[in-house]
Write a protein that binds this ligand. Structure first.
Ligand code: MG
Length: 246
């Protein structure tokens, strides 16, 4: 998983360099796929099944502005000055998965958008800081949610992080929202050796979403912008290990 994570981190470092006005999301996807396959790894998202049809066609998810996650790369989607783009990527190395995402500011963006990105990445890091042996999953969720809400934003409730290992999506689910008593997700004790993908998706407006006609792209229902950061981490008997960081 360290190796899979390193490949994912390398892809995202390259995406960070490439992400500028005039670049298409298909170009980003082609470079990402090349980095993955050159290292005898497999792009985890490509061909990912969707209700038995309409498998995901690309190696990255590229989600611009009000798109939150699962945006499909296209030669017709060209980054413009002032956009933000979430790039999510997964790689499988010798049967083990890595999964991570970043959101990039393209060209010049406004202060509020910058604040949205900082709050989202901050929420991810706050969650990671709680991902320790003898803590519980709810500590992680609460840290993510409260960091985002303290900044005046909302966390998405319909999409979430997940356990990860030999499969991209394993138990436990890792929501970013705790919810009212009686309707909370199952709480788990965190144990050394668990590997999970934390991925706050944070919105500037309402948390409700809808899916576009392509069957994949998730957008905010109210058209507000959204940011997304993700790391695959390992719980240890000390500091959590971030596997998708170079
Ligand atoms: Mg994920």
């Amino acid at each position: 998983m360290r190796q899979a994570g390193r490949i994912v981190a390398e892809v995202l470092a390259t995406m960070r360099e490439m992400g500028r006005p005039g670049v298409s999301t298909a170009e980003l996807d082609a470079v990402a796929e090349d980095i993955i396959t050159r290292q005898q790894a497999i792009p985890a998202f490509k061909g990912y099944p969707h209700n038995g049809q309409n498998d995901f066609p690309a190696s990255i998810c590229a989600s611009i502005n009000e798109e939150i996650v699962h945006g499909i790369p296209s030669p017709h989607r060209i980054l413009k000055d002032g956009d933000i783009i979430s790039i999510d990527v997964g790689a499988i190395y010798e049967g083990f998965h890595g999964d991570a995402a970043i959101t990039l500011l393209i060209g010049k963006t406004d202060k509020e958008t910058q604040r949205l990105l900082e709050a989202t990445e901050g929420a991810l890091m706050a969650g990671i800081a709680q991902a320790r042996e003898h803590n519980h999953l709810w500590n992680v969720i609460r840290a993510i949610q409260s960091h985002a809400e303290r900044s005046g934003f909302n966390v998405l409730r319909e999409y979430q992080g997940h356990g990860i290992g030999r499969h991209m999506h394993e138990k436990p689910d890792v929501p970013n929202f705790l919810g009212p008593r009686g309707r909370r997700p199952k709480n788990y004790p965190l144990e050394s050796g668990m590997t999970i993908a934390l991925e706050p998706m944070v919105v500037a407006g309402d948390w409700r979403t809808r899916v576009l006609d392509d069957g994949w792209t998730v957008v905010t229902a109210d058209g507000n912008r959204s940011a997304h950061f993700e790391h695959t981490i390992a719980i240890t008997n000390g500091e959590p290990e971030i596997l998708t960081r170079l």
